[in-house]
Design a protein around this ligand. Structure first.
Ligand code: GLA
Length: 378
């Protein structure tokens, strides 16, 4: 979403110029799924579908307007508490709540505009949080860096919004770089960047199916991982070598074993994926992405018939290097790496195969890897 659009919307609604315009991107995750709340590795890239916010300080309560979702409940940045605001306002108000310890926050009026699909597993909530994090950082003069803002956004999501998620989405929206995927160790929060191989496009294959039960099933997966780790005496599944897991099979329930098996092998696949990317071994990238999807389907059980059909359609389409579901699962999108020169053929092939299998039309589009959240130049 362009800065000009949101600037104009702000002027129309509030009758004057905004003090600051920011944008925060959504993300895809290339590999490393359901590992971030287990201290493991993830490999996201920020995409050129973003949330933009134009804002200025005001006296009185904060008032936000979204082009798609309407006007928010008004709230006081200095006193808003968990459970007192509903809907999309929670992401912005929760950032005020999470940042309050870092300085004095002004109330604001703001306009939000987005071209990032919601509910497709592309982290629109983390993008809203990061966008408002940057707004308050600037207008409150807090002087925080993007990594700290991502940590505050994680606190907002887990303690204010109430989803017990990992930190991948906020870190991706905060710290990713143009043209690169970001390898993140979610235990140490160390990041490194890997350029995407020359001539490779990231293609989103959105099934547009809603992510039903995503909240409760997500928290349930996390609880099973934690109980497996506790039974095996490790602080998190990150610390569990595969051999130890295999040797301890009898100690766990079948479900705990299969969930843990996914997490432990997904960490190994992520490390191998990073190496394959470095060496430009596209065949290996494809095998690892397919292995990840199958593990999420069979052992972690977070895919859906639509996601499986989409992945299958992508694997068989011309120019596909690799494909898998991306994000929490239960619906949403697959990500594919595709030969740049064959994106149109790929989209055509994948769309046709998916339509035949599911009787529904997916949304397939190529995206660019972009920089993380930032203030737009005025
Ligand atoms: C959601 C969560 C992330 C991560 C993914 C699955 O996107 O917000 O923290 O757990 O699911 O990898």
């Amino acid at each position: 979403m362009s800065a000009e659009v949101v600037r104009r919307l702000f002027a129309e609604r509030f009758g004057g110029p905004a003090e600051v315009v920011v944008r925060a991107p959504g993300r895809v995750n290339l590999i490393g799924e359901h590992t971030d709340y287990n201290g493991g590795f993830v490999f996201p890239a920020a995409i050129d579908r973003t949330i933009s916010v134009a804002a200025r300080r005001t006296v009185g309560r904060s008032c936000l307007i979204s082009d798609a979702l309407g006007e928010s409940d008004a709230f006081d940045a200095a006193t808003v508490a968990p459970g007192t605001v509903a809907g999309w306002t929670r992401y912005a108000a929760g950032m005020a709540w999470a940042l309050r310890g870092d300085g004095t926050l002004p109330d604001i009026e703001a306009v939000v505009a987005s071209d990032l699909p919601m509910g497709s597993g592309l982290s629109s909530s983390a993008a809203i949080e990061m966008a408002f994090g940057v707004v308050w950082n600037v207008l409150g003069g807090l002087g925080l860096d993007n990594k700290t803002l991502a940590q505050r956004a994680h606190r907002c999501e887990t303690q204010f919004v109430g989803l017990n998620c990992g930190i991948m989405d906020m870190m991706a929206s905060a710290l990713c770089r143009e043209g690169c995927a970001m390898f993140l160790d979610t235990r140490s929060l160390e990041v490194s960047y890997a350029p995407l191989p020359e001539g490779t496009a990231i293609v989103l294959c959105d099934t547009k199916t809603p992510r039903e039960l995503a909240g409760s099933a997500y928290n349930d997966r996390r609880a099973t991982c934690e109980s497996a780790a506790a039974k095996l005496g490790v602080p998190s599944l990150r610390e569990l070598p595969l051999e130890r897991l295999l040797a301890a099979r009898e100690t766990l329930t079948d479900q705990e074993f299969r969930r843990a098996f996914h997490v432990v092998t997904e960490d190994l696949r992520s490390l191998q994926f990073a190496e394959a990317l470095r060496r430009g071994q596209t065949w290996r990238i494809g095998t690892l992405m397919r292995g990840s999807h199958d593990s999420l389907r069979l052992d972690y059980e977070v895919t859906s018939p639509a996601l499986d059909a989409m992945a299958e359609a992508a694997w068989n389409a011309p120019g596909c290097i690799g494909a898998r579901m991306t994000g929490a699962g239960f619906g949403g999108a697959c990500v594919a790496l595709v030969e740049q020169s064959r994106v149109a053929e790929f989209a055509e092939g994948a769309r046709t195969a998916y339509e035949l299998a599911m009787g529904a039309v997916p949304d397939i589009w190529a995206c660019q890897a972009v920089d993380g959240a930032r203030v737009e130049p005025s």
